[in-house]
Design a protein around this ligand. Sequence first.
Ligand code: 6PG
Length: 253
Amino acid sequence: MEFRVFSDPGEVARAAAQHFVNLSPRSVALSGGSTPRVLYELLADPREPFRDRIAWDETHFFFSDERHVPPDHPDSNYRMVNEALFSRVPLPPQNVHRVLAENPNAEEAAHAYETDLRKFFGEAIPAFDLLFLGLGEDGHTASIFPGSEVLHETRRLVAAPWVAKLNTYRITMTLPVLNNGKSIVFLVTGASKAEILRTVMNTDRNPDLYPAQAISPTNGEVSWFVDEAAARLCSINNSSNAGASSDLLNKNP
Ligand code: 6PG
């Protein structure tokens, strides 16, 4: 497991973009929320050294989770990524695999997405070349929230849990898929994540309480790309120079 601390969200995004280019993944699962937007914008920016080094026609993009809303809804992860990335790069439309979350039946949307995954990867459990995840302040990742029954799903690839605290359904990849990723990258930035990051990194493993702790890949690698504000309380954080990253190789906890 790799834990890399950067001076600010921009440097986190830059390192993640470089990781993307270095890997040249053919299959990528994108996380939603606000943190990764700056990465997606960086990948699309023609003034940056990433856009032209990505084989867009050979790269397929999926979503680790999606809100149960239409694709043009302000809360839609697809809408955010389309604005920040898809609409700005020469990506064939068939390379974007969005969740059909406009379906009023979330369960059907999850089933349809699972069919799409199985079609692309074949019947085996999908093994994404690159999988981005975020960390919620309650320890959730993708749309696997504390106490969720999805934490114990071992058969399905995609589920549609009811999230009581948000009063909504979500559609999410399940742990068999997330933990089959070859390179799993958490992007965590901002002071508001300092407490939960410390908890996830420095306390005993309790995935029911902190689902992000359930991410433990079978064969892949987990990397945490975080900024100093988020890492402020982590015991494995050391003071990094402004703008530089401090790569802390940290054994699995
Ligand atoms: C989503 C994400 C979710 C997100 C965390 C962190 O659909 O919202 O997949 O798991 O990564 O909630 O969100 P922020 O980046 O907005 O803090």
